[in-house]
Design a protein around this ligand. Structure first.
Ligand code: SF4
Ligand code: SF4
Length: 332
């Protein structure tokens, strides 16, 4: 049974709903489709006029437009996006794939981001109609400040999301600049308007944990409380492998995010989406609340994996339990 929720019942602002298109966002996403197809951009399009939900995307920016923390973060992000990339050097630095990965860690060590990974690019991850000449993708993860994101759906939490999108963009541009100075062309992909490619599948492929019931990634290190950016390149990075931590089965027995979600947008069961069975959030139910609250983030803050110090212990506990069940751990 659902727990009491201070934000229910939620009634969307009629002015917002006037901007809604006739087509369901779940239809755009391919909910219920049994055949694979590439994803279509449903939201955060670089040009809102290119997508049916562009009117709602524009409406997002009308909510508390003068909120100081949000104004400041928007200005900061724009500065980062506008900064030019360095010229591509004429001579390529050569390193082994292992050395490229080791060198990439400098951005984690320097505190520009919390996690990086790399994987060959699967063109099925590109949005419909998009292409890129690059063969590899680097994924960058930046973690929210837990206390600040826990204020969701207050505007301060929305500002924290923007702050982390800015950090993610800064890190992606720094990595792309480093590669270009080393003679390897690179294209930074910054959220939320990633435009070219959906970032969750490559993040899963290169070791950023598992997809949670709330439709966001979960890693033991950062929980669900982080943002992504990426860099497309041909520099020969070593693929970092995908990792499972028992999160998927944990979600099957947890309903914290379902109870926390004001518009009840989180499905209890996995759904079929473009030929894949996976956790999925009802886009049409989530978006109005998301828009009215500067990006919501309640579900990722409420997720037990997001609490500092919990994820790694939980992953270890689940690994020990799985070993016991499979008989590998010997007698307890
Ligand atoms: S709150 Fe529970 S069910 Fe939801 S994503 Fe987190 S672990 Fe999974
Ligand atoms: S972001 Fe969407 S799915 Fe998550 S709690 Fe908010 S409304 Fe629900």
């Amino acid at each position: 049974m659902a727990k009491p929720n201070p934000h229910r019942p939620f009634t969307p602002d009629p002015a917002q709903m006037e901007c809604a298109p006739d087509i369901s966002g779940n239809t755009v996403n391919g909910l219920g489709e049994s055949e694979f197809r590439r994803p279509s951009i449903v939201y955060w399009s670089p040009d809102p006029d290119d997508i049916p939900h562009g009117g709602l995307q524009r409406w997002f920016y009308t909510v508390n437009p003068d909120e100081p923390a949000i104004v400041a973060q928007r200005a900061e992000r724009q500065k980062i996006l506008d900064a030019p990339l360095p010229d591509l050097a004429g001579r390529r630095s050569e390193r082994t794939p292992e050395q490229w990965n080791d060198a990439l860690q400098q951005y984690v060590t320097a505190g520009l981001c919390e996690q990086v990974g790399a994987t060959p690019l699967d063109r099925d991850w590109l949005f419909e109609g998009q292409d890129t000449p690059f063969a590899n993708i680097i994924i960058v993860g930046v973690q929210h400040d837990f206390e600040t994101i826990s204020a969701a759906p207050e505007p301060s939490a929305g500002a924290e999301v923007m702050r982390q999108y800015s950090r993610a963009a800064f890190a992606a541009k720094a990595i792309a600049g480093w590669l270009r100075r080393a003679g390897w062309d690179a294209d930074p992909v910054t959220g939320p308007m990633a435009g070219k490619i959906t970032l969750i599948p490559p993040a899963l492929a290169c070791g950023f944990g598992e997809l949670g019931k709330h439709g966001s990634l979960i890693t033991p290190e950062m929980g669900a409380s982080f943002r992504l950016s990426a860099v497309l390149t041909d520099a020969p990075f070593l693929a970092t492998s995908s990792k499972e931590h028992g999160i998927d089965s944990f979600c099957a027995n947890c309903r914290v995010c379902e109870d926390a979600c004001p518009p009840e947008a989180i499905f209890s069961e996995k759904q079929t989406v473009r030929g894949e069975t996976k956790w999925y959030v009802d886009f049409d139910k989530c978006l109005p609340f998301f828009n009215q609250t500067h990006g919501c983030a309640i579900c990722i803050a409420a997720c037990p994996w997001s609490k500092p110090g919990i994820g790694l212990n939980l992953a270890e506990k689940l690994a020990r339990r799985d070993k016991r069940i499979s008989g590998e751990g010997g007698e307890a």
